[in-house]
Design a protein around this ligand. Sequence first.
Ligand code: TYD
Ligand code: MG
Length: 463
Amino acid sequence: MAKSTVRYVCQSCGAVHGKWAGRCDACGAWNSIAEEAAPEASPQGKALAKGRVLDFQPLSGQGEPTPRRATGIGELDRVTGGGLVAGSVLLVGGDPGIGKSTLLLQAAARLATAGAACVYVSGEEAVDQVRLRARRLGLAEAPVKLAAATSLRDIAATLDAAEAPDVVVIDSIQTMYLDTLDSAPGTVTQVRACAHELIRLAKRRGFVLFLVGHVTKEGTLAGPRVVEHMVDTVLYFEGERGHQFRILRANKNRFGATDEIGVFEMTDAGLAEVANPSALFLAERRGNIAGSCVFAGLEGSRPLLVEIQALVAPAAYGTPRRAVIGWDSGRLSMLLAVMEARCGIAFGGHDVYLNVAGGLKIGEPAADLAVACAVLSSISGVPAPADGAAFGEIGLSGEVRAVSQPDLRLKEAAKLGFASALMPRRLRSANRKSAPPEGLSVREIGHVQDILNLFPANRGKEP
Ligand code: TYD
Ligand code: MG
């Protein structure tokens, strides 16, 4: 029987199927399976040729500290763990138009100005377009080598030529193609093969490689997800289109911590670093409004104050609505259920809307106490103290649980002029009680019931 020359590959997860189907069995994605030419038969039957015997090393031993190249963009350096490591590969993912090209062009220009040999290969824009952007960013004089190319064969040959560059930006990996493969650019097969080729080159020649990858909301567009496990560092650039803040987040980092974030502001002269994000996120806050509470959060090693806004309104239709922006909606439902069960507040007849101001997404359960304050404040019509911040996780029995780094959060609140803070009880044994920062009065909350007296007015139906 003739061997089939086509195969069906899920563009979302890379699973290979024998026939086309509407839904991928492996990842459950709909309409993601595309026809691709089958690769040459692999020599599966053949025995593996004999290999070289490995030379084992002890775990202990003298290791050189990895030398790092600072980009000069503080927020980028923070996220990468202190600078770029030679031979490392970074994938920068994000929605189209979020500012990936802008960020990397700025980084390349900074590095080139500092003396590194930088190459910027654009597969999406013509050289003139990139030049135009550089001029707008005030970087036209930076000695970055620019090329518009999509053929990986040409790019690899160029990068492999005598003088290896220090930093290479490939914008984007979805536009690159290898002519040895029949699949179209952007398919999983092409993306994976091109990334593999480039990564091998980066390791061999020791240059820092930035790969740009577009991710759509559904993750359909030949997800650079297949590349994630091949690279050293995965950075996600996120933010709401309508907001000027952009957050760079490390999802994976072989050379540093993954919970650091870098905060940028998109201006008409490119991305500007935001050294004090708390001040920025609180800039538009108006005091003395019911339904708002400031959360003293933590992103990586950096404390971050954000405003949580809640609106509780009588439900107009049968099923009350719960809408959440910037936080976990399941967590809000849980919190409402806890307040209903433990404090006797009825939310059944109310719509509840929750918003994290400024377009930030919070992942921490430590926001529970601030969310509870915002919700209670809205339903009672009593504003939370304008100069107060809150943090603490709330458990199912209504207890307020300790969270990490309370001192750091308090310090940030004091620095920004807050006068009071609600926080979980400190564990006497584990945490030597350090005095709260000067000017900040701290109230320890053991149970969610303890904050009810802050919001005394008509709180729905009492049991
Ligand atoms: P871009 O870097 O092209 O996004 P990506 O590479 O992630 O697709 O950014 C495009 C957006 O950024 C575009 O909507 C315009 C905006 N922008 C500014 O607001 N100011 C600037 O200085 C630049 C260069 C872009
Ligand atoms: Mg781009």
